[in-house]
Design a protein around this ligand. Sequence first.
Ligand SMILES: [Zn+2]
Length: 230
Amino acid sequence: MSRKEYRRLLPLLEPVKLAFGETLYESQSQIREVYFPNDCFVSMLTTVDDDKAAEVGLIGSEGMIGIPMALGVAVSPFRAVVQGEGTAMRMRTADFRRHFSTSAALQRQVFLFTHLLMIQIAQTAACNRFHVVTQRMARWLLMTHDRVNSSEFRITQEFLALMLGVRRVGVSVAMCALRDRKVISYRRGTIRILDQAGLVAAACSCYKTVKDTYSREQARKGNSRPAQHK
Ligand SMILES: [Zn+2]
């Protein structure tokens, strides 16, 4: 998006701080605002049988929360929960709709991101079916690492179990396996990535597939968001 375009959007964007665990949308709730993460990131969770949920997508500064609005739907199919606290730019849906319909640049950005998010969701569905918990956990840690820009972040095993849609004991076993390979350490709720290349080797191919597609498509479109929106 050009600087000029971004300046046109700026008055409609409200900077907000989002806290860990904050729910932006409940599943099937009305979307009243869309969010453009700066340094926070948000999990999209799908619920099953009313009492189970699993993460199907992870969105950070590369994207937007509230994609259904761009497709003419004002209801969120997912629960959107802040997983990495930080800041975002928030826009009211009425403003988004008005601006979106007249801005080719914004449309290009949002459609590209929608395409990439679909790839991520599809890959996650296949990943959950074919890959074991240790590989999936390694993938999840790498995806999180890419969005926090830090090799250390706080996470509980309960939360990881929820994100991966597995029982806590499965998380413990996978974490021990990654610790034994010396690619991560885990102490008092803090994960530290010790060996990123080793963690990539421990992860399933889904991590690289999605990441490479993101890089390739964004490069192909000559995508460059202003500084806050890498
Ligand atoms: Zn996988």
